[in-house]
Write a protein that binds this ligand. Structure first.
Ligand SMILES: CC(C)=CCC/C(C)=C(\C)COP(=O)(O)OP(=O)(O)O
Ligand SMILES: [Mg+2]
Length: 412
């Protein structure tokens, strides 16, 4: 319940944050530190120290600056966003929040630097894949998802990891030489580029050499090396855990592909919670130059927010990549395909039902995030929630506007 004594919301209140407990955020932005509300329980992350605003400084983790104003528009606000210059139309009936086109100066710089990294530092792709690399538009993607990154160097942390993650997916799992056969061994070896092997002097050199032996491993190793140098140890470990989740999801999908098994809808959604964009929004604090303390990240309430955000973003992919996946060889599982098979729906009805599933996930994400914002009203939490919500919106923007990669089915 908002405190009637609070100042009105600041005009610059970020839209993504405004969806996440605007009253709580306003209190943090305007209220004096001593009067800021403490979380109701006595959480372990305040070890006998002060509570409320500023408690981030008692943690070993780097404190977060106050939430910063951003340029993400709130669709509910009077002033409409400038019309997007980008191509692509949104899926009719999809619940999403439009964002302004990302800063073109940053996009150009990130695009230039990521191409140099891919070509010169990790030899990521042969010449004939250059068009696909460019068409992926990863610079536009990452600038849209991280408008609060303090510098281009911060943006590059996310951009290298995004490229490396897609290289592993494409080259190990999917259409650039990937296969379900033997995937477990390949993925585990690649995972050691993120989570190093500690072994005997006799065997360590062979492992170290292996990290340079293919493009996915070179990309993981280099991207992680940059990330580890910029992030705290607990942020790096959070990322490793999320990547282990991702690899487990790839393996379940591959196991089903090997036996032509179409899972139940709930089983598919469970797999897709792991084979998921989650490792991308959860680095929002590293990319923003602050840290959500590990104990707050680990709270079950925060874990639910993160899982729902990852699930909504990933079903967005299922919807926008539907026609691409229909035209790929064999059966490519995505939510509309599984719904059609398991619930005996037409392709169109299955697609429309998948939109509803997505919309329910989005609403559940926003409700869960608002609850967390109200319960743990400290700047790190609020900024992290805003960062995740902004990532969700930027991810939608990229899918909608990436007409090189995606096109909508003819259902309307
Ligand atoms: C960037 C990242 C962590 C990706 C992990 C999983 C992944 C590749 C997706 C969630 C995207 O799904 P999909 O493999 O279906 O991608 P496309 O539809 O081919 O774009
Ligand atoms: Mg897809």
């Amino acid at each position: 319940m908002p405190d009637p004594g609070l100042s009105p919301l600041p005009a610059h209140l970020p839209a993504a944050a405004a969806r996440l407990g605007a009253d709580v955020l306003a209190q943090v932005l305007t209220g004096p530190a001593a009067e800021a509300p403490a979380p109701p329980a006595a959480p372990r992350w305040i070890p006998g120290g002060p509570s409320g605003l500023g408690t981030a400084s008692v943690s070993l983790a780097r404190p977060a600056p106050l939430p910063v104003p951003d340029t993400v528009p709130d669709p509910a606000e009077a002033a409409p966003a400038a019309p997007s210059a980008a191509e692509g139309r949104p899926i009719p009936g999809l619940y999403f929040h439009p964002v302004p086109d990302p800063d073109p100066v940053r996009v150009d710089e990130v695009s230039r630097r990521i191409k140099d990294w891919a070509v010169d530092e990790v030899q990521l792709f042969p010449d004939e894949w250059e068009g696909q690399f460019d068409g992926f538009s990863v610079g536009r993607y990452m600038v849209a998802c991280h408008p609060d990154a303090p510098t281009v160097d911060h943006l590059m942390l996310a951009t290298r990891l995004m490229v490396a993650e897609n290289a592993v997916d494409d080259c190990y799992c999917e259409d650039h030489g990937g296969s379900p056969i033997g995937l477990g061994g390949r993925l585990l070896m690649a995972h050691t580029a993120l989570d190093p092997v500690h072994t005997t002097p006799e065997y360590a050199p062979a492992w170290a050499d292996s990290l340079g032996s293919d493009a996915p491993r070179r990309a993981y190793r280099s991207a992680m090396d940059y990330f580890v140098r910029a992030a705290s140890p607990s942020q790096a470990d959070r990322f490793r855990h999320d990547m282990a989740r991702l690899h487990m999801g790839y393996l379940a999908e591959a196991a089903w592909a090997e036996t032509d098994h179409v899972p139940e809808v709930w089983e598919y959604l469970a797999m897709r919670q792991f084979n998921n964009f989650r490792p991308c929004p959860t680095i929002t604090d590293s990319v923003g130059g602050y840290e959500l303390p590990a104990d707050l990240h680990a709270r079950p309430e925060m874990q639910r927010v993160i899982a729902l955000a990852g699930n909504a973003t990933t079903i967005v992919n299922d919807l926008y990549s539907y026609t691409k996946e229909l035209s790929s060889p064999g059966v490519h599982l995505n939510l509309p395909v599984v719904l059609a098979e398991r619930e005996k729906l037409s392709e169109r009805d299955a697609y429309l039902k998948a939109i509803e599933v997505h919309n329910d996930l989005m609403r559940a994400f926003e409700a869960a995030a608002a609850d967390v914002a109200a319960t743990f009203a400290v700047p790190t939490v609020l900024r992290f929630l805003k960062g995740v919500a902004t990532w969700v919106d930027g991810n939608h923007y990229w899918h909608q506007t990436n007409t090189f990669r995606y096109s909508l089915p003819d259902f309307w």
